[in-house]
Ligand binder design. Structure first.
Ligand SMILES: [Zn+2]
Ligand SMILES: [Zn+2]
Length: 249
């Protein structure tokens, strides 16, 4: 039902796109049949200073943030396309709350380019599975699609990382993380995920994908679940890495 809805919606959106003049999704200049124009592409391709471990934006060119100098994470590395800032934050909202799937298409493409420029093709080829952070069934029914899954589909297709779907479930409908304090977010997510198939993940190198990572509470909860399945390593890809002390998104 959900995938049929998503499929038809995407087909309709694609059909409408062909009727419209090719305009940049961000600035409306001619984009010559691409999602964004060459000016926007150039502006968004600028490298950003960030922590090499957790992806947090940094104002200096130090390799790691203060947090990562003090503590280890359950993942090997988190790679974020950007901090929580325009135009990424706007595109995420358009995707999640206005069902604008073309925004997801653009975010997926930008993330693909960013991963390809930060990881070697050997490193990318070593991932056994790409897993989108799942939504609880109720939320999936309400929204009609999982935004992380939509972006993961694009990343999987273009970087040839096998997509593993329907293996991990969000077993508990958690309260929205937005606006909760760090400790409340962790409590909210306790034991939120379960794995459906036994031994499938044992010894595998896994990449997780989420749209926004703030405190990392969701990712950590999922990492614990995957480590219990004895995965070899976990990397994380996301669109926006938010500074939890500055934004409560
Ligand atoms: Zn543009
Ligand atoms: Zn860090």
């Amino acid at each position: 039902m959900n995938s049929a809805f998503y499929f038809i919606k995407q087909k309709l959106e694609k059909a409408v796109e062909h009727l419209l003049p090719a305009q940049c999704l961000l600035c409306a200049l001619p984009s010559h049949n691409k999602l964004i124009c060459s000016y926007c592409q150039k502006a968004l391709s600028q490298p950003r200073a960030c922590c090499l471990y957790c992806g947090l934006s940094l104002s200096s060119s130090q390799p790691f943030c203060g947090d990562c100098l003090k503590q280890k994470h359950l993942f090997t590395k988190l790679h974020a396309l950007a901090g929580y800032q325009s135009p990424y934050s706007i595109l995420i909202k358009q995707l999640k709350y206005e069902n604008k799937l073309i925004a997801g298409e653009l975010l997926g493409q930008l993330l693909v380019d960013s991963i390809a420029s930060h990881f070697s093709s050997d490193e990318i080829g070593e991932f056994d599975y790409l897993i989108a952070v799942p939504l609880h069934d109720k939320k999936l029914r309400r929204r009609g699609f999982n935004q992380a899954q939509l972006i993961a589909d694009i990343v999987s297709r273009q970087l040839k990382i096998p997509l593993l779907a329907n293996t991990i479930e969000r077993s508990k409908e958690t309260q929205a993380q937005e606006g909760l304090s760090i400790s409340k977010r962790r409590k909210n997510l306790r034991a939120a995920f379960t794995v459906n198939k036994n031994n499938l993940l044992q010894g595998k190198k896994v990449a997780l994908l989420d749209d926004v990572v703030t405190t990392g509470a969701t990712i950590n909860s999922l990492c614990k679940c995957l480590l219990a399945e004895q995965v070899a390593s976990i990397s994380v890809f996301c669109i926006c890495r938010t500074d939890p002390l500055r934004h409560q998104v």
